[in-house]
Ligand binder design. Structure first.
Ligand code: HPA
Length: 318
């Protein structure tokens, strides 16, 4: 457990030391993936490395000696956490090879590297959604790059609609599990080096991280629900009939993101913590029509709590 008042600047890599070895570098680790497992066919690496490699190389250079250990994906309106990063280095997507620009209001389009609670982190402020027309591989790209940079823990946040009748919105919800209704999977196609063909998804959201999040919420007086997130393609919000269907399927929240990132992270053996900001009651559960502006507003209302929760979790990881 990390003590309060510990180092405030993020840990940095010593140049040329053993920890500066590139994870997944074919020269350093022939035929083994980021998890240290042997891959069946080294030619697979060559066939898929090019789209990821320039991004990884660029970021390694920009991060210099910083070695982030945790990546945090910020959902709609949750960009505030990025402002509190110490020794922050802000890298606009337009400068990053392979990254498209973020197009959704409330998504900044920045990678922010630096420290949170003394932990070296990389924040993705602005994610890519399938509904923007991006390929699943583009949506998965940041996570693949995080893994190649040696990051083993991914925290994903999102805004979502609430389905469980007892939710008092707005509220935070720990994602215990998800249902992929995007009808897409970022792992389709050739196996990417460092990933498994058939990753186990029996615990997509890490049990230990969830326990930490619950403990932090309890000690900080943050209401934290827990439930199943349904990921839909969007961009139209759901119909009331679809929401009734999702309730029958066992979903507690619904949104248009997160699932591709989690699947990719699990294929890399990364552990994932997912937190939804439940910004609204889902369609048909209240008399109000849904709007992105309202989602953003509610998400900003929850931002303080979410930041405290994420900070608290990161502190425990130290
Ligand atoms: N549905 C889908 N995505 C969302 C919602 C919703 O009700 N609220 C915020 N993101």
């Amino acid at each position: 457990m990390r003590k309060k008042g510990g180092p405030t600047s993020p840990r940095r890599r010593s140049a040329g030391g053993p920890s500066s070895r590139r994870i997944g570098d074919p020269e350093a680790e022939p035929h083994s993936n980021a998890a240290g497992q042997r891959t069946a066919d080294p030619s697979i690496r060559r066939s898929v490395d090019p789209p990821i490699r320039p991004t990884v190389d660029f970021l390694r250079q920009r991060l210099a000696t910083l070695e982030p250990r945790v990546a945090i994906v910020l959902g709609s309106g949750l960009g505030g956490l990025a402002d509190s990063v110490t020794d922050a280095q802000r890298i606009p997507y337009r400068d990053i090879p392979g990254f498209p620009e973020a197009t959704v209001a409330g998504h900044a389009g920045l990678l922010v590297a630096g420290g949170i609670e003394g932990m070296p982190v990389l924040l993705q402020s602005g994610r890519f959604h399938l509904y923007e027309g991006h390929e699943p591989a583009t949506v998965a790209l940041p996570v693949r790059v995080f893994a190649e940079l040696g990051i083993r823990t991914l925290i994903v946040t999102n805004a979502a609609g609430g389905l469980r009748p007892t939710f008092r919105v707005p509220t935070l919800m720990l994602i215990a599990d998800h249902i992929n209704l995007l009808w897409r999977n970022p792992l389709l196609g050739t196996v990417v080096a460092g990933e498994q063909r058939f990753p186990d998804m029996s615990e997509p959201y890490d049990r230990e991280l969830r326990a930490i999040a619950r403990r932090v919420a309890l000690s900080d007086g943050i209401v934290l629900e827990e439930g199943v997130y349904a990921g839909l393609l969007g961009p139209s919000y759901e119909t009331p009939a679809e929401i009734r269907m999702l309730m029958r399927l066992g979903a507690d929240s619904v949104g248009m993101s997160t699932v591709p990132e989690t699947i990719t992270a699990r294929a890399r053996g990364m552990r994932v913590l997912g937190i939804s900001s439940i910004t609204n009651l889902a369609a048909g559960l209240s008399a109000r029509a849904l709007s992105h502006a309202e989602v953003m507003q509610a998400s900003e209302l929850l931002a303080g709590q979410l930041q405290r929760l994420v900070r608290g979790v990161v502190r425990q990881l130290g």
